[in-house]
Design a protein around this ligand. Sequence first.
Ligand code: ADP
Ligand code: MG
Length: 418
Amino acid sequence: MEETKHLVGLLLGTEEDWSSAFETLVSRLGPIKDASGATHRVSTERITIEPFDLRDKPRYDLVVDRLAYWYFLPREWLKKVALMDDVYLLNSPFTFQSMEKHAAYCAMLRLGLKVPQTVLVPHKNPPENERFAYTAAKYNQPFDLDAIAERIGYPLFMKPYDGGQWIGVSHIRDSAELHRAYDESEERMMHLQASVEGYDVFARSLSIGAETMIMHFRPGEPMHDRYAVDHGFLTPDVGEEVLTISRLINAFFRWEFNSCETLVRGTEAYPIDYANASPDVALTSLHYYFPWAMSALLKWCAFCVVTGREPRLDLDTRRYFEIGDRDDLAYEEKLAAYRELADEYFEVDRYREFCDSRLAHVDELVLDWIISADFDRLLVRTVRSTYPAHEQERFLGHFRGLIGQWVSEHGGTATLSE
Ligand SMILES: Nc1ncnc2c1ncn2[C@@H]1O[C@H](COP(=O)(O)OP(=O)(O)O)[C@@H](O)[C@H]1O
Ligand SMILES: [Mg+2]
């Protein structure tokens, strides 16, 4: 019987670790039979950057984009293939570009989530535009930065309305720090946000399609130690809540490869950063969780292309707001209602069923590869390109240990050495 071929395009910048891992796993996936008995094969290709005719037909069924947030030609190409060719993109390029952290806060607030008090203030340095002086003289209201900060209360955070990677983020304790940070913000537009002080745990959830891993994150540690290997750090209720909020925001904005940050104090979950649709999946950051991430990415991509899941660029905000706007529903009831919509968007049941019936071999495939010399070579290469020579042995030991832990917990025997 004829095979249907599906090409997954990778739009990459400098990353070689997870992308090599993913390419290897896809190449080992083998044929997949769909419910009708037809056979599908998935392969990958790295996308190159070149001129494109808007009428060109792309060869890709699905694209994993890690580049377009800063490189504009591929960004526009993604929009073209989304609008014209129905190429499946894990993150909608439209919301990714226009729905900054700010828009995620707005949506979350209307949905009733516990976003700390947040105020957007005008740029310190005005936009360069000859019309500015006239416009500002006529329409800009003078404002008292100190008064805003006092209303929010110290300490607070000042952070870019759109940012990432902690760039331009400051923890502010008093008026002097407030003014220093504001002066330094220059052209970047800033939020002032109440600080969630004394939180018990920082939960960082990485979502890939219908799967989410909630990890105990320690922002004060160096990169290689930020994700703790910790399974019982949230109560089951709070764990469900964090999962629901993540899935909700991802469904709402059509983000299928995104990481979300929630601070948990007592039984309260405060979402602080939900727009990271090019999330960190580095082997040296995720370590123990890396095999999970690769396996989830493999399964979700296979699910999308083999089942012909249709890309959804439209947003159905109204359905979510109809729940959020109701006064008669408690927070927990709203979450339960959102969860239904979000599970429906991600086809959670169909995905599970697909994994069980069509991808039953994948867990073993991933385990076999993780214990192979091939994976260890990737780890060595990654460590060599990430750390200075005198630290490489130590880090290699560190990561082999963590991966070894994952292997032994997943029924394998680690043979992690060259
Ligand atoms: N409201 C807040 N309360 C407590 N900590 C915060 C708050 N906002 C930000 N932080 C801290 O600052 C870090 C960076 O802020 P975040 O909003 O995540 O920006 P970025 O998009 O740059 O990651 C967070 O990971 C967290 O450690
Ligand atoms: Mg963040």
